[in-house]
Write a protein that binds this ligand. Sequence first.
Ligand code: ADP
Ligand code: MG
Length: 353
Amino acid sequence: FDMFFLAFVERLFRPTFRKDDFVLGKKLGEGAFGVVYRVSLAKKSSSNKEGDLVLKKATEYGAVEIWMNERVRRACASSCADFVYGFLENSSKKGGEYWLIWRFEGKSTLADLMQSKEFPYNVETMILGEVQDLPKGIERENRIIQTIMRQILFCLDGLHSTGIVHRDIKPQNIIFSEGSRTFKIIDLGAATDLRVGINYIPKEFLLDPRYAAPEQYIMSTQTPSAPSAPVATALSPVLWQMNLPDRFDIYSTGLIFLQMAFPSLRTDSSLIQFNRQLKRCDYDLVAWRRSLEPRASPDFRRGFELLDLDGGIGWELLTSMVRYKPRKRTSAKAALANPYFDREGLLVLSFMQ
Ligand code: ADP
Ligand code: MG
């Protein structure tokens, strides 16, 4: 009953679509498990504007991704891109393909935005609209980064409170929603829902090594593997408490924070190099900093300066996210209560004066 029944009822009353309803537009992405297009509805009578939807044609994992998106829509809709519909498209010769439809949220991911030399100023106008001609400085950059971090953590808190671990948090999977003027999470293709045992066995081959936490399995290998759904429902809150699988996403989010603070860590190669250095420091950020700071480039020194503002609360937050042991990492909810985010409002006010 409950969740599955509600899902069934909701499904009955929602519009359904099929292949011929969509006109394919530009290709937005192509991964190992699917292709993503911007699409529009073929029916001109509808109120749909041109290309205001996104279609993912997914392979075998599409079924799980549909399930995750349906669950998110019911439990924490604002955390992720608006999911419209998902179905098995069986008409083609090459066998079944899952089609997933979302609302087109906007043209930039955080990865796109971070690639700009202007970052984070290019985001400031997107979040706050036209800003006054304030001096560009470290405090202002910090304020924008705070806002982005708060929005990501807010989305994550929603997912984690629902029992979903994303497992592929990275700038490429964070989209700027032009409608709500906030960042949202996309791509639940590697997500796992521990409360009902969906996709319970970690698909560690799906994990992106650039942003993955050091633990290979987000659940202890001693927990029973692939329990049936009813068993998992009964057990998993306990397992969740024991293993803190949500902290995997927190580690990845910490790496995004790091990349926002240090422009020279924004390329793939520099991030990979950072990961190697951090591993050599036994995943101790303080040790990494100690080894780097004496010979740090001006760019790095500026990053540390940003994190050291207001008594180092940014650095404090960062080091509470990027830690070897999941148990030692902060949760999304606790991170949102971190003093780092208190300063934000004050700074906005001081800017407005
Ligand atoms: P993949 O499995 O290929 O990584 P994603 O779900 O991450 O698939 O989507 C690929 C790309 O498509 C994203 O990086 C983003 O640029 C774009 N995209 C996906 N969903 C949306 C959306 N709802 N609105 C706008 N763009 C999107
Ligand atoms: Mg993706």
